[in-house]
Design a protein around this ligand. Structure first.
Ligand code: COI
Length: 353
């Protein structure tokens, strides 16, 4: 952090060192942006042809050419991960390498260069340490880290950008478990199509579902459950999270196959559930199977694990088991226990920074 410290005025340095925690009402946090102190920026220029000279700068607006690739043609990706505070005040990152690798896969699909895994991890660590006072106290939330990869060169023609920006910003967010989900099955709009970009975190995967999602929210639903675009008969995922169904001793989740985001929480929950003795299956799940599921839950970095209270399909509403005895609650407790350092991390998923 030498760079960071020398870039601060004497007064700022004093403030930064003495403030263990930012002035935040931690228990009120949801998933809205709370501006933090610093962001990390690293460029890929035409001259250098590699990502280099990454630096921490004050969090704030960025400048780019109106014809940049991200603004005109959506050449961009994002990632999401969290930093948690341990009981002893230490800070833990969770499976950061998985996010770095997923960004590389997405960058290849979007014809973009990507930072190396080491550059990605280094940027995340620096961003968290520089914003340490925004990491919520143990058990009261996390610091959500949002890495972006954007085509920022001049780009009127439809072709890959000549320059790129990798930027990492962060915001404290609350614990994910609050509330339950009431889903509506969307059988008109599709989130992803075979051969498209549903399997990567392309920025363009999200706003096209705002219209049906806004309509569903106006009817009182929390999210939509999308069906596969080819047959319209298999469930895929929700707007920003993966889905699991439980029946007997079997937990099933749709196979990713390029139209579903390979969630890092999804992957972790599959491993934890099989450690609990469940049979975990990745397969095509026909919509009719959700009618006789005992429990349904969704997973994602932002929401962690959340129970689904109901699914409504073509006017028919099915309700599921909720409460302290659900598998969703047990999985949530185990995952967050590992993420916050309360449960021993036998799988090497966490990293103290
Ligand atoms: C996350 O859970 O981190 C995501 O990226 C989903 C996002 C759309 C909130």
């Amino acid at each position: 952090l030498t760079f960071l410290m020398t870039s601060l005025s004497k007064q700022e340095q004093v403030e930064w060192e003495k403030a263990d925690y930012a002035n935040v009402n931690w228990d009120e946090l949801g998933f809205a942006l709370t501006k933090t102190d610093y962001m990390y920026v690293m460029k890929f220029t035409e001259e250098e042809q590699m990502f280099c000279n990454g630096t921490l700068t004050r969090f704030g607006n960025i400048q780019m050419c109106p014809s940049s690739g991200i603004l005109n043609y959506g050449q961009g990706l994002f990632e999401g991960l969290k930093a948690y505070r341990k009981e002893d005040e230490g800070i833990l990152l969770f499976r950061t390498e998985e996010n770095a690798l997923r960004m590389k896969v997405g960058a290849d699909r979007m014809c973009m260069p990507s930072p190396t895994v080491d550059q990605f991890i280094d940027a995340v660590k620096k961003s968290v340490l520089a914003n340490k006072r925004w990491v919520p106290p143990h058990g009261r939330g996390s610091l959500y880290i949002r890495p972006l990869l954007m085509g920022t060169g001049r780009n009127l023609e439809v072709k890959p950008s000549s320059e790129y920006t990798f930027l990492v910003y962060a915001s404290p967010v609350g614990n994910g478990l609050k509330g339950v989900l009431n889903l509506m099955v969307e059988d008109n709009v599709h989130r992803a199509t075979p051969g498209g970009t549903g399997g990567i975190k392309a920025v363009t995967n999200y706003s096209p579902i705002y219209k049906p999602l806004t309509e569903a929210k106006a009817k009182g639903f929390s999210d939509l459950l999308y069906l596969d675009a080819l047959t319209g008969s298999n469930i895929e995922e929700c707007s920003g999270c993966n889905i699991f169904i439980l029946k007997g001793n079997v937990i099933s989740t749709p196979t990713t196959h390029g139209t579903i985001l390979p969630g890092i929480t999804r992957k972790s929950i599959m491993e934890i559930a099989s450690g609990f003795g469940y049979q975990v299956e990745e397969r095509a799940i026909p919509i009719k199977e959700v009618f006789d599921a005992e429990e349904v839950f969704c997973t994602g970095t932002a929401m962690i694990v959340k129970s689904v209270a109901s699914i409504t399909y073509q006017g028919k509403r099915i309700e599921y088991k909720l409460g302290a005895e659900t598998l969703a609650q047990k999985l949530h407790a185990t995952l967050t226990g590992i993420q916050t350092g309360v449960i021993e991390d036998k799988l090497g998923w966490t990293m103290v920074i």
